[in-house]
Design a protein around this ligand. Structure first.
Ligand SMILES: N[C@@H](CCC(=O)N[C@@H](CS)C(=O)NCC(=O)O)C(=O)O
Length: 228
């Protein structure tokens, strides 16, 4: 894998809110890849009109002179840009697509939580049912893929890959206060129901290249969303 220590002399600014939300996978990737990066918390909504898609996160890539060279919106496009650029994504299209389908499934389920925070009345009840159905399927699919890879704490092979990191960020989100309200009745991702996921979590927490991520207190206390 090309870690950024073989540096291409670029640096990154990750512009987002101080929440896990749609940003945690990218924070983990930037750290894992040993990239030169910093976090920017813009004044909001003042800075909204200055963002290409009007929302965050946004990744800004700077060249060796510190000039903006590339600006990217949409969290999953950002993740995949980094994963591909630094060879964390398989070159084989089918192998890459297998990781991407698992990652997209995580986002679909996470969205139920975001919507649940804002919903009222019967819509809230519908979302609990939707979450139950989709999260149960997700737990089943992810446990199976992890099992089929030998239950070694990785989805693919024996090294940390893009989907390992995205899945860890997702399970972290649902272990946090707030999202736990949806998950806690089901306990789909808890060790007694999903030992494969527990093994993934432990493996990622022991990943040497993520040690700076786990050592930073900000990463263990960051709220899940902007919603109360
Ligand atoms: N599909 C987008 C969703 C981005 C999104 O909804 N961002 C929210 C925060 S998590 C935002 O910027 N909210 C403030 C606003 O839209 O004014 C992505 O994956 O990046």
């Amino acid at each position: 894998m090309t870690h950024a220590s073989d540096n291409d002399n670029v640096s990154y600014v990750f512009r987002y809110f101080d929440v896990q939300g749609y940003g945690e996978t990218t924070r983990m990737l930037l750290t894992f890849l040993k990239l030169d990066w910093s976090e920017e918390l813009p004044e909001w909504p003042k800075e909204k009109e200055n963002q290409p898609f009007g929302h965050l996160p946004v990744l800004v890539e700077k060249n060796s002179l510190g000039e903006t060279a590339f600006v990217l919106s949409e969290s999953q496009a950002i993740e995949r840009y980094l994963a591909r650029k630094y060879s964390l994504m398989p070159a084989d299209l089918q192998q890459a697509a297998r990781q991407e389908q698992l990652r997209d499934q995580l986002t679909e389920v996470q969205k139920y939580h975001f919507e649940y925070c804002k919903a009222t009345g019967t819509r809230k009840e519908i979302l609990v049912d939707k979450y139950r159905e989709e999260a149960s399927k997700l737990a089943e699919v992810h446990a199976r893929v992890l099992r089929e890879n030998g239950n070694n704490g990785h989805y693919v092979g024996d090294k940390t890959s893009y989907i390992d990191i995205a899945a860890y960020a997702f399970f972290k989100f649902f272990r946090s206060e707030g999202p736990r309200a949806l998950e806690k009745q089901l306990r789909l991702f808890e060790p007694e129901n999903a030992p494969e996921i527990a093994k993934l979590n432990a493996t990622i927490e022991a990943e040497e290249d993520l040690a700076p991520y786990f050592a930073s207190p900000a990463n263990s206390t960051r709220p899940t969303t902007l919603f109360k």
